[in-house]
Design a binder for this molecule. Structure first.
Ligand SMILES: C[S@@+](CC[C@H](N)C(=O)[O-])C[C@H]1O[C@@H](n2cnc3c(N)ncnc32)[C@H](O)[C@@H]1O
Length: 243
């Protein structure tokens, strides 16, 4: 039984979805939000609440990054640039899908793998809402979420893939700031990462043209592997492996 969070069904919440989520995660359904973390299903969708904060995924926050010519300035988009049409990408560490959204805005068909059930249910709900949004829907239509361990899933791929993207770790716990509710609440869940070497090896075996890894600027290479080239930003960098 999960003691990390409880499930709560608020007004207008999808009871079937909440009950199935509680069963699969072996968590309790409570009448009101718990004193720690609560996955709340209500008329607005699914959100994570606790410690006086509420977080809900919302791709509308990403619109300013993909409109008015700004998409091409995104480092990840520069790292994933290709002349090829009908490109396919895997985001093997989806999180809340923001980076995958940039790839989808660039034209990639993206399969997103997320193993943490709470993150996955929040992402699924954010994608559901994006698919109804007049502007976001065209991008969200190219995003497919698969719940589960990407190391396992990548070993069973049937179709070829052009790019595999890895961003395995949320940065180390940061000082509380009301601005970044996402990290504050999500970091309270189980530590999210699988073995970096396993992820990297599974990505190589899947045989993409390129693997792109997001790293904090000063950190070591993922699994100690030297990239073909790197794009550096102010706080992060993208290590690119062309295969
Ligand atoms: C730093 S977050 C990714 C953030 C994401 N790039 C974004 O833009 O929102 C890392 C995520 O990868 C997930 N993860 C780590 N290893 C995984 C694996 N083997 N399979 C699926 N998901 C994994 C974690 O649960 C976590 O949600």
């Amino acid at each position: 039984m999960s003691d990390k969070f409880v499930v709560c069904i608020g007004k207008g919440g999808q009871r079937d979805q909440a009950e199935s989520f509680a069963r699969k995660t072996e968590s309790q359904i409570a009448d009101k939000p718990g004193k720690n973390l609560t996955v709340l299903f209500d008329s607005k969708g699914v959100s994570l609440t606790g410690y006086g904060l509420t977080y809900q995924g919302d791709f509308e926050n990403m619109l300013h990054r993909v409109t008015n010519g700004r998409l091409q300035h995104e480092m990840l988009v520069r790292a994933a640039k290709s002349e090829k049409e009908d490109r396919k990408a895997i985001d093997a560490t989806a999180g809340m899908g923001e980076d995958a959204f940039l790839l989808a805005a660039q034209g990639y068909e993206v399969t997103l793998y997320e193993q943490n059930p709470v993150v996955a249910v929040l992402l699924k709900d954010a994608l559901r809402r994006a698919k109804k949004h007049p502007v976001l829907k065209e991008i969200a239509a190219r995003m497919k979420l698969v719940k589960g361990d990407s190391v396992e899933c990548m070993s069973k791929l049937l179709d070829p893939v052009d790019v595999i993207y890895l961003d395995p770790m949320f940065p180390a716990r940061q000082k509380s700031s009301l601005i970044n509710k996402k990290l504050q609440l999500i970091q309270k869940l189980e530590p999210p990462c699988s073995e970096e070497t396993d992820l990297f090896d599974a990505a190589i075996k899947a045989g993409p043209e390129k693997i792109i890894v997001k790293r904090p600027l000063k950190s070591e290479f993922l699994a100690g592997r030297k990239p073909s080239y790197t794009l550096n930003g102010k706080a992060i960098r993208y290590d690119c492996y062309t295969l």
